[in-house]
Design a protein around this ligand. Structure first.
Ligand SMILES: N=c1c2ncn([C@@H]3O[C@H](COP(=O)(O)OP(=O)(O)OP(=O)(O)O)[C@@H](O)[C@H]3O)c2ncn1[C@@H]1O[C@H](COP(=O)(O)O)[C@@H](O)[C@H]1O
Length: 109
């Protein structure tokens, strides 16, 4: 089994749960409930991240961000969107951001 601390490996584990349901698995429970349930969880977990961000405890913040990250990965698997597709989008932005910076620099003159 791959290292689950890696987000990409966690994505693969979630994908495996979708393709090979395991009794008692929380991930399987989410897929069985469907998109609306997954979206509801993302709404809840996002709110918990916001609340934790206002709290000085880093541990609570890390815990809630991890919950949100897991549920976002479940949503991506449900939609059939891969980690590579997100990486590709982010890579496109790298170019965009440097162009924006260049434009900002030009505007200064
Ligand atoms: N990273 C996670 C993870 N993060 C959060 N959660 C679950 O998300 C739920 C969030 O808690 P809540 O109190 O909001 O939800 P709940 O009351 O349990 O359930 P709901 O009815 O509200 O959905 C908890 O049940 C957590 O167990 C996770 N469940 C699984 N994983 C990973 O997924 C792997 C596979 O898990 P299973 O599918 O359960 O085998 C695990 O080994 C983990 O690596």
């Amino acid at each position: 089994m791959a290292d689950k601390q890696d987000l990409e490996a966690l994505y693969q584990l979630i994908l495996d749960r979708k393709n090979n349901p395991v009794a008692g698995s929380y991930t399987d429970y989410l897929f069985t409930k469907g998109l609306d349930k997954i979206l509801k969880k993302i709404g809840e977990e996002s709110t918990e991240v916001i609340v934790a961000a206002k709290n000085p405890s880093d541990d609570e913040f890390i815990y809630e961000v991890s919950d949100l990250a897991y549920h976002v990965l479940v949503l991506m698997v449900d939609r059939g969107i891969s980690v590579d597709q997100i990486k590709t989008e982010l890579a496109k932005r790298e170019g965009l951001m440097s162009k924006t910076k260049e434009r900002d620099e030009i505007k200064k003159f």
